[in-house]
Design a protein around this ligand. Structure first.
Ligand code: C5P
Length: 238
């Protein structure tokens, strides 16, 4: 496999073509951004930590029968993935109220959500990723209705797998964002799963162990990501 030209540079990852049209290389950078790119910093080791974190989680999800784009780790900060035709939507499940849900609905942070909520956001930086619903996706042709339904089913399935995984490590999976795409006509999980795109709290103290440490200027961001990883069995030195 040969890495070719850059296809796209996102806020924290870059995507490169390979000599195989069906495969791409994801490069996890140390860049950390929040508030639609208004706060950006370089955090040492973040690319390596998120790359290995994502590889571990994607493998766990594959083992549970959830199709993902992940193929293999290539280096400390690079992974080989399938090239998907991405749906321009973000799927968010929440087990506990936090973040934009609290701001939007005036709910207190920490309120348990039973059953968990499912929300959709349009991936559009200029519009600030507005919240949308399933009928918008269908009417504007952002995804086929059957594909969206499958993405929703898979998003909930991920919740069952990861809630249990993090609980074993003494953590609460508060919420998370997933992105899906199509490969060979099938809905497949793409993008990444790392503490950048989810909220994780220590189950006893409710200490924040995710990107909210960066958003809220709490410090110890990468130390917290590594702590989360070690608590679920990731060896970052491997
Ligand atoms: O900001 P909000 O509360 O809606 O975020 C819900 C979850 O989705 C959080 O875990 C957040 O980190 C994640 N998210 C993300 N990328 C976005 C928006 C939200 O990873 N663009």
């Amino acid at each position: 496999m040969e890495k070719r030209q850059e296809l796209y540079a996102g806020k924290a990852k870059s995507v490169f073509r390979t000599d195989d049209p069906d495969k791409m290389v994801l490069v996890f950078r140390d860049d950390t951004s929040a508030f639609d790119g208004k706060k950006v910093e370089q955090l040492n080791r973040k690319g390596m930590v998120n790359n290995k974190f994502n590889a571990f989680i994607m493998q766990k999800l594959e083992d549970a029968g959830i199709p993902t784009h992940f193929e293999s780790l290539l280096s400390d900060n690079e992974s080989l993935v399938k090239r998907l035709d991405m749906m321009p939507v973000e799927c968010v499940v929440r087990n506990v109220a936090a973040g934009s849900l609290c701001r939007r609905l005036g709910v207190e942070e920490g309120a348990k959500l039973t059953p968990p909520t499912f929300e959709l956001f349009l991936k559009n930086d200029e519009l600030g990723d507005p919240m949308i619903n399933e009928s918008h996706v269908e009417s504007f042709g952002w995804a086929e209705a059957t594909h969206l339904a499958e993405a929703k089913t898979l998003t909930y399935k991920v919740n069952d797998v990861l809630k249990a995984l993090f609980a074993e490590g003494g953590m609460t999976l508060v919420d998370y964002k997933l992105e899906f795409g199509i490969f060979d006509g099938k809905v497949v999980l793409g993008d990444e799963f790392s503490p950048d795109g989810c909220r994780l709290w220590d189950a006893k103290t409710n200490e924040k162990l995710d990107k909210d440490r960066f958003r809220q200027g709490l410090g110890g961001v990468i130390e917290a990501y590594e702590d989360v990883g070690r608590r679920i069995g990731i060896d970052f030195d491997a």
